[in-house]
Design a protein around this ligand. Structure first.
Ligand SMILES: [Fe+2]
Length: 277
């Protein structure tokens, strides 16, 4: 893995823990008045950023796990870069199914947002995989991405590894959502299980919180900063929960403590009669 793809940070705290703020599925538009099923996504993202800042979580890094854009536009990425510039910690991202990955990497590189694919911080490394299939809702992780993960693991066997990937690698029990999952999730799971330093997989895409095990590996997904999907719904259904974010505390012994935080109930109410998006 060459130096341009890797970034090394020093944890702020002396307790050996790495603290992460996860933001996901912002779904921003070129037009600042753009709405996703009745929610102004720029306003909901702004509110989440404000609440997270007010919370004062002392994070070492911010991970944005895909779907920054809703319309594949350069302007939506510029909007994101401008909005997140005051977050006070290094920001890293990976593409989701609503993103244009190559455009996103180019624009963020120009705007000074790191395009690193691997971040080393304390006793942990974070490998940011791309599961985007352009203009398709489902995901697919290429073998070359998995080889990047293998290389990172083999280079630093002294570190615990967190794999970040937009598409949650397990079924959710929501029939409609499970049609747009990571379509080669069996390959991903087999590969990851063989990487014995992988302790955590961190995802977005499902617009709801999840915290479960894939063998010995903890798999966590986080709410969207915009609309939420109702868990275990057979057909498309929105949840009444408010936009949210996640704080994670990763210890030197490999343990993970985490908490989902949300805006106050009733904030950014979507159009509940929507039957898709
Ligand atoms: Fe999304």
């Amino acid at each position: 893995m060459d130096g341009t793809q890797s970034c090394t940070l020093t944890p702020r705290s002396t307790d050996g823990k790495v603290r992460v703020l996860q933001l996901s599925d912002c779904h921003l538009f070129a037009d600042e008045s753009g709405e996703l099923l009745g929610v102004n996504t720029a306003q909901s993202f702004k509110a989440v950023l404000g609440a997270a800042r007010e919370q004062g979580y002392p994070c070492d890094l911010v991970l944005v796990t895909g779907d920054i854009s809703q319309d594949y536009s350069a302007a939506s990425y510029r909007r994101f870069a401008s909005m997140i510039s005051g977050i006070g910690a290094p920001v890293f991202f990976l593409p989701g199914n609503h993103d244009d990955g190559p455009l996103e990497y180019r624009i963020f590189g120009e705007l000074g947002i790191s395009t690193a694919r691997r971040v080393i911080c304390g006793a942990w490394q974070f490998v940011l995989l791309n599961s985007e299939v352009y203009s398709q809702a489902h995901g697919w992780v290429l073998r070359s991405e998995l080889e990047m993960l293998r290389q990172a693991v083999e280079e630093r066997r002294d570190l615990m590894t967190c794999v970040c990937i937009h598409h949650f690698p397990l079924l959710t029990g929501s029939a409609w959502l499970d049609t747009q999952t990571l379509h080669n999730q069996d390959e991903f799971r087999v590969f990851v299980k063989r990487m014995d330093t992988v302790r955590l997989v961190l995802s977005g895409h499902i617009h709801q919180e999840a915290d479960t095990l894939m063998g010995q590996v903890r798999c966590i997904a986080s709410p969207s900063t915009s609309i939420q999907f109702a868990p275990r719904s057979q057909e498309f259904e929105l949840d009444t929960k408010a936009p949210g974010w996640r704080c994670l505390e990763l210890s030197q012994d490999g343990s993970v403590r985490t908490e989902v935080c949300r805006l106050p109930e009733g904030c950014f109410t979507p159009n509940y009669s929507a039957r898709g998006y």
